[in-house]
Design a protein around this ligand. Structure first.
Ligand code: CO8
Length: 378
């Protein structure tokens, strides 16, 4: 089936907010290893009796080789490297203060508006789309709408790794249907509070960030600026291999609200094996619906979970390794930022494209969920 090609929906602005703090692999591993030693000492009798397993050391070399990650940005570093805490220290804010997530969303949104040449009065819908929201209601999007002075409406949506692309899909459809003229899609990925820094398998994977995009009609977009959003494609397939069970039900089940299963956990190997072929097939089908092949693309802004995944996917598509110019990598410094990875890659690596060049943004991961947007430089 050929995609209905839209020529009047424009991705006109992108914004990236990067936290001030960083944590290197070495810092993280050294804190984890100190924690493991302390745990093993405190539990030596139980470990010797074979009742619990000793915690093995993590290694900075393993992390870089297995994931491509060297460092990550973090909203609040205090507490994460403290062996007696192993989680960030965030203050509880009063109801009349801006929430942490709205704060970083506003920062990214302002940059996207500036990049698109828009004011708050030009926007009539706000979507906050990310892996977690820090509360259920009022929606973070409505708080951001208020903070920026935007009329119209806003809502939150959660689709884990594909929240950003799926949020942009909704904006595309709203502009296409005429229910909004210009939509701000924001991805405040404040994920560090959900990371189990005491789990060797996953303590290194994530970083915090916020990204935002403006999607509007060509009637209002600055002439020649931005990218025409040609079409979108999405697929989901249920999998328990990436999961977080944190939620409001815990209040009634009496389970530990912060137990290991309530935080991010995954079967990383299975995810790798199952998601890579799905993502490659998804992209091929999306391009084929436009009579395009992978060779016709100038740029691939891929999800940033693991460098080996991106290498494998681009190899399946191109029959060779993609160059860093073709498929930029940002996870070496940002780590996995949940749904924001492909948008960070787009924000940092799109300025050199010339009129008519094609590119694709594609997310893949938890759900499973895969979302892509085919764009063409105006
Ligand atoms: N240090 C040293 N050794 C280690 C470590 C470590 N930290 N961890 C594991 N090892 C050891 C293991 O014990 C194992 O040893 P042995 O062979 O003796 O048993 C060996 O290294 C290999 O272990 P793995 O098989 O686990 O390692 P992999 O090579 O598979 O690499 C990865 C692990 C990096 C996790 C890899 O499997 C991977 O990246 N998979 C894909 C993961 C992925 O994409 N996940 C999606 C993430 S979800 C998402 O993007 C958004 C979700 C929502 C946001 C949540 C925010 C909190």
């Amino acid at each position: 089936m050929n995609n209905k090609i839209q020529e009047n929906i424009i991705l006109s602005g992108v914004g990236l907010w990067t936290p001030a703090h960083t944590i290197t692999n070495e810092e993280l591993v050294s804190a984890y290893n100190a924690f493991a030693d302390k745990f093993n000492l405190e539990n030596s009798a139980e470990i010797e009796a074979g009742n619990i397993a000793a915690k093995p050391h993590s290694s900075a070399e393993f992390v870089e080789k297995a994931s491509g990650i060297k460092s990550r940005y973090i909203y609040e570093k205090e507490g994460v490297l403290d062996v007696n805490r192993m989680r960030p220290v965030l203050e509880e804010r009063a109801d009349d203060e801006l929430s942490q997530q709205a704060e970083i969303a506003v920062e990214a949104a302002k940059k996207a508006l500036e990049n698109a040449g828009k004011n708050a009065s030009d926007i009539d819908a706000v979507i906050v789309s990310c892996a977690y929201t820090q509360r259920s209601y009022p929606a973070i999007a409505i708080e951001v709408q208020e903070a920026l002075g935007i009329d119209g409406f806003g809502f939150d949506m959660l689709v884990a790794c594909s929240a950003a692309t799926f949020g942009m899909h909704r904006a595309y459809e709203m502009v296409s249907a005429g229910t909004a003229k210009a939509v701000l899609v924001i991805n405040p990925e404040l994920v560090s509070p959900q990371i189990n820094y005491t789990d060797r398998d996953s303590h290194f994977i994530f970083g915090d960030v916020a990204t935002a995009t403006v999607i509007e009609s060509s009637d209002t977009a600055k002439a020649g600026h931005g990218f025409t959003l040609l079409s979108t494609k999405a697929v989901t397939k249920y999998s328990n291999n990436i999961r977080s069970n944190f939620g409001y039900i815990t209040h009634a089940t009496d389970a530990d609200p912060y137990g290991p299963d309530k935080l991010f956990h995954q079967e990383g190997r299975k995810v790798f094996k199952e998601v890579c072929p799905m993502a490659a097939q998804h992209i091929i089908e999306h391009l084929a619906s436009h009579d395009l092949t992978p060779q016709d693309l100038t740029r691939w802004w891929l999800h940033q979970a693991n460098i080996n995944m991106n290498t494998l996917i681009s190899k399946k598509l191109l029959g060779r390794d993609a160059t860093r110019e073709e498929a930029p990598i940002v996870l070496d410094t940002y780590a996995n930022t949940a749904s924001a990875g492909s948008v960070i890659a787009f924000a940092l690596h799109h300025q050199d494209l010339t009129q008519g060049d094609y590119g694709i943004l594609c997310s893949f991961g938890a759900g499973y969920s895969i979302g892509s947007l085919l764009v063409q430089k105006r």
